[in-house]
Design a protein around this ligand. Structure first.
Ligand SMILES: *[C@@H]1O[C@H](CO)[C@@H](O)[C@H](O)[C@H]1NC(C)=O
Ligand SMILES: *[C@@H]1O[C@H](CO)[C@@H](O)[C@H](O)[C@H]1NC(C)=O
Ligand SMILES: *[C@@H]1O[C@H](CO)[C@@H](O)[C@H](O)[C@H]1NC(C)=O
Ligand SMILES: *[C@@H]1O[C@H](CO)[C@@H](O)[C@H](O)[C@H]1NC(C)=O
Ligand SMILES: *[C@@H]1O[C@H](CO)[C@@H](O)[C@H](O)[C@H]1NC(C)=O
Ligand SMILES: *[C@@H]1O[C@H](CO)[C@@H](O)[C@H](O)[C@H]1NC(C)=O
Length: 501
């Protein structure tokens, strides 16, 4: 496992083969291929807190070589880990390693689980590596410690959707970055979930600068999930996702700009969510369509503000934005009762958006897609805003949104999805030092877990708000003097958790 070995054998590729053959008799039933969950570094199967069963990758059927990295246990169990499986064990690589999954051709969600921690004699801060899958670079010079700190989370889940070609084989390669012999790669869990193609069917209809659809989305495009929000609702855990896709849907509240947060609502009890053939239930679970955020009851107030979300993304990529809609409350059952604009990055993506017109009725889900171009490098803020459209004289001057997904598209020239590691906001740095410096902090944290969590949430919200303001105010406001804003409308604060990012 020394670097001397790896430089002496530069072409050494260690293979781990995992079979995804159909569970039901070996047929090639495209929608029922088996899901794979590998708890990397684990020697036995185990179940996580969501009820997902994970296979240890040390079991002999998965390893073709004894030189496939080393299994290591995390030295510290962060209380915010949802489950010790798969996070407390890792496989650590000093040289390039490839896991090979045999899977029916088509799309899969590929999720990579990372818990940055010291592993054996390896420091968390020395991990620096790249990941490729199916010929696409997913991560480059990935610093898991920094990325986790940047979003104030103990662990990270990176979700990609990649296309498995007719070879029926998906190679996922972890390679330590060059530059220092201490650099290593690690992974705690790998999840492969075959899905239908939920991306390329609907044609996106908007691009920045008013150019219509400048680039059709290729069927083999790889995507990274940047945001998946249950707008106006509570988080949906992987176990509660539809289609057994094990997606996580987060609350949208932390991303709302300013204090005008609108009103969140649940479906009326006599409204049933009815999925039409054009929106199969696997598109989004009922929990997403059964809750929504709207602007509020006062038309004058609504005409005077935009209900706005700010979503930080990597600049220099195309993004697919998917808006999920469903009218769920009884006053609104007919066409032209509610009509609104969708703005993306201050440009009109959609006018006269009327959910009933598109869906056909109350309780019927519908979604729309927009393609957005970002330029430059580093990170940039994507603005998504809703505003009443009085053009058709609707009955209510209001807008509604039930869910929002943001996917980054691979670049076609360089087959790349990777971007620079996110910078760490100052507040998180301070918290990290605080945790390090005081051995008592962990104990206090456990005793006063509620208070600490509340404080962390407050800080996280404040930071998010500060970050937004900092970027768009002409003077640098509040790294230190910003007061956390209170959630309005009795919404629950988001739980501190890992980020799909
Ligand atoms: C796959 O299996 C399901 C249920 O087992 C069945 O309904 C469906 O028709 C099959 N699809 C194909 C393409 O064979
Ligand atoms: C790990 O970190 C500790 C303290 O930060 C340092 O003393 C040690 O040299 C580091 N070890 C390696 C292998 O980088
Ligand atoms: C990873 O990021 C942390 C925090 O920014 C930094 O201290 C560390 O040196 C980085 N590790 C490497 C290998 O670059
Ligand atoms: C499938 O993809 C792999 C990895 O990108 C590539 O090496 C291989 O040639 C492809 N096979 C086919 C049949 O397209
Ligand atoms: C959108 O407009 C706001 C307000 O004028 C501005 O601060 C912001 O930078 C704009 N956002 C984008 C992405 O252009
Ligand atoms: C809402 O956003 C659009 C697009 O950025 C902008 O033209 C409009 O002035 C905004 N309206 C209000 C009330 O802020």
């Amino acid at each position: 496992m020394s670097m001397a070995n790896s430089t002496a054998l530069p072409c050494l590729l260690l293979l781990t083969i995992v079979s995804l053959a159909a569970a039901n008799g070996g047929g090639s039933n495209s929608t029922h291929s088996r899901q794979v969950r590998l708890a990397c570094g684990a020697s036995a199967s185990a179940t996580d807190s969501d009820g997902r069963a994970w296979d240890g990758d040390s079991a002999s059927k998965f390893l073709t070589s004894t030189k496939s990295g080393v299994a290591a246990r995390a030295t510290y169990h962060d209380p915010s880990l949802p489950s010790s499986v798969p996070y407390m064990m890792a496989r650590v690589f000093a040289s390039s390693h490839t896991y090979t999954f045999l899977v029916r051709p088509g799309r899969v969600f590929l999720r990579l689980f990372f818990y940055p921690s010291d592993y054996g004699n390896r420091n968390a801060s020395s991990a620096l590596f790249g990941v490729t899958a199916g010929g696409v670079t997913l991560l480059r010079d990935f610093n898991a410690s920094q990325s986790a700190l940047a979003v104030d989370a103990a662990y990270l889940v990176r979700e990609f959707s990649v296309n498995v070609n007719s070879s029926g084989r998906l190679d996922v390669t972890f390679a330590p970055s060059t530059g220092a012999s201490s650099h290593y790669a690690f992974v705690n869990g790998i999840e492969v979930v075959p899905t239908p193609d939920v991306f390329t069917v609907p044609v996106p209809t908007f691009a920045n600068g008013g150019r219509p659809d400048p680039m059709p989305i290729r069927a083999d495009t790889a995507f990274q999930t940047m945001y998946r929000l249950n707008v106006g609702g509570t988080a949906v855990s992987p176990a509660d996702d539809s289609g057994s896709f094990y997606r996580t849907w987060d609350t949208d509240f932390p991303y709302i700009f300013g204090t005008a947060v609108g009103v969140s609502s649940k479906k009326d009890s006599d409204v049933t969510i009815r999925y039409p053939p054009s929106v199969p239930p696997h598109i989004a679970p009922e929990g997403v369509y059964a809750s929504a955020r709207s602007m509020g009851p006062d038309p004058q107030i609504n005409l005077n503000y935009n209900l706005t979300w700010i979503l930080t993304v990597d600049a220099g990529f195309y993004y697919l934005l998917r808006f999920h809609f469903c009218e769920i409350q009884n006053p609104i059952t007919r066409v032209n009762q509610r009509s609104f604009y969708i703005y993306i990055n201050n440009q009109t993506a959609q006018e006269q958006m009327d959910v009933i017109t598109r869906s056909g009725g109350i309780g019927v889900p519908v979604y729309t897609n927009y393609l957005v171009v970002t330029t430059g490098s580093g990170q940039t803020d994507m603005w998504v805003a809703l505003h009443p459209d009085p053009g058709s004289r609707p009955q209510y001057y209001d807008a509604i949104l039930n869910g929002l997904e943001v996917f980054k598209l691979q670049t076609y020239g360089s087959n790349n999805l990777a971007a620079a590691n996110q910078p760490i906001p100052q507040k998180q740095l301070y918290q990290k030092e605080f945790k390090r410096d005081s051995a008592v902090a962990a104990v206090v944290g456990r005793v006063a877990a509620g208070a600490l969590l509340a404080a962390l949430i407050g800080c996280a919200c404040a930071c998010a708000i500060c970050r937004r303001r900092r970027k768009y105010a002409s003077v640098a406001v509040c790294e230190t003097d910003c007061v956390p804003e209170q959630p309005a409308h009795g919404l629950r604060s988001p739980k501190k958790r890992g980020k799909v990012w």
